[in-house]
Ligand binder design. Structure first.
Ligand code: ZN
Length: 418
């Protein structure tokens, strides 16, 4: 018996010891809305130091040169920087990251792509020739026939020579090229995927787990008499969302979380927990681009891909939309068949980043019937709630979701007419 306990404790020590080398995984978000510029950046923090350093270096380089380029200059239309990510692990150890930059500093948007492939076990970055050996001439021919009209042949060779941007899955490789790198297609990133099986590295196959979550709405008793507010959180989910949900629960409160589609897959458990505790989810676009600037196709993609991934992973139908940067135009209203929700109390938490100041601003502006805007991606917002919630409770407030506030308003109107 003693022996088993000893072995077990050694095992526990080993496991916890190993975990210390790897920090917690999160999706980091930088959202800024200034006088002359708007920024929406998302990227994974894998917890692997060497990899995260390179990702952060790339992001801060782009952000710095954007900030420098814009300076204090004020123009009719705000300049926009958006960086989105894709992230997956192939064969349980190879981390694949794609960072796509969208820059709007003049009339024409600029797109740029960057990839990272990192072997967690060996703790190093991989190049294309580390994982696959195929005839470059064959690949070149395939690319020429795929992009017949727009291919730039004399640049193609160079692009396939060194530092080819790529990612891979169990059965395929994808190559990425910037605009004008190998084709004359001006704004688009060229993404070329081909089947591949003969990898030079060992790839352990993963078993896929089935989605078994079934969303069940919770019946709640709503009061028409108590002063009531709807609490809303934008830009999440994040590593702070679960704690916010638990804190709300402590005060018998609920909120609507306007989420980004690009975070859903990596925060499935957080979102299940959010729904299971009586909260509501709304759509806040896929990757926080300003919606009023997009053409119809791009606009629909931003909205529909978020609704779709939420339906697929959580079996939940999103009804509400909060437009990014609060920007609305006729195209958005006409083409998107969803309820648009704005706010009338702005806590400015994204700018203040100080829990006392956020709480003070919120409590000064909150009144019966108001909709409060906050962001669940800041620790200071979480800490501000620790001041706001007990105070509102003391004042007898009922804290509900947007849909519940609408329901209460309806009931109050009915009571008035009866
Ligand atoms: Zn936002």
């Amino acid at each position: 018996m003693k022996k088993i306990t000893l072995i077990l404790s050694i095992l526990v020590l080993l496991i916890t010891g190993c975990q210390k080398n790897k920090n917690e995984f999160s999706i980091e978000g930088i959202i800024e809305d200034d006088q002359n510029k708007i920024i929406g950046i998302h990227y994974p923090k894998t917890g692997i130091k060497k990899l995260d350093q390179q990702i952060e270096k790339h992001i801060s380089h782009i952000k710095q040169s954007f900030d420098q380029q814009i300076g204090e200059e004020i123009s009719l239309q705000k300049k926009e920087l958006n960086i989105d990510y894709e992230y997956w692990i192939t064969g349980k150890r190879y981390h694949n990251i794609v960072l796509t930059t969208f820059l709007m500093t003049s009339q024409t948007p600029i797109h740029e792509v960057k990839t990272f492939v990192f072997d967690e076990l060996e703790n190093h970055f991989l190049k294309l020739h580390d994982i696959a050996s195929f005839k470059k001439s064959n690949l070149k021919q395939d690319l020429i026939s795929s992009y017949k009209d727009s291919i730039i042949i004399n640049q193609l060779e160079k692009a396939l020579e060194t530092d080819t941007k790529f990612t891979f899955k169990e059965n395929q490789i994808t190559l990425y090229f910037n605009p004008y790198e190998i084709t004359t297609i001006p704004t688009e990133i060229t993404k070329y995927t081909f089947p591949y099986h003969q990898f030079k590295i060992a790839i352990e196959t993963e078993e896929t787990t089935k989605n078994t979550f079934h969303y069940q709405p919770i019946n709640k008793k709503l009061s028409t008499e108590k002063p009531t507010i709807a609490l809303t959180f934008d830009d999440g989910p994040s590593k702070y969302t679960k704690e916010i949900v638990d804190l709300l629960k402590e005060y018998n409160a609920n909120a609507t979380f306007f989420i980004l589609g690009n975070k859903v897959e990596n925060y499935q458990e957080t979102l299940k927990h959010t729904l299971q505790n009586g909260n509501e989810l709304g759509n806040h676009s896929y990757n926080h681009k300003q919606l009023t600037r997009l053409n119809e196709e791009e606009l629909k993609k931003q909205i529909e891909s978020t609704n779709k991934i939420v339906k697929q992973t959580l079996n939940y139908d999103i009804q509400l939309l909060r437009p990014t940067y609060g920007a609305i135009n006729n195209k958005l209203k006409q083409k998107i068949n969803m309820d648009i929700v704005l706010w009338n109390v702005d806590t400015k938490d994204w700018k203040l980043k100080n829990s006392e100041k956020i709480a003070k601003k919120a409590l000064a502006d909150i009144e019966d019937g108001k909709t409060v805007l906050m962001h669940d991606i800041y620790k200071t917002t979480l800490n501000a709630l620790k001041i706001i919630l007990p105070e509102l409770k003391k004042q007898g407030y009922q804290i509900v979701t947007v849909s519940e506030l609408r329901e209460i308003e309806k009931l109050r109107n009915e009571e008035k007419t009866n």
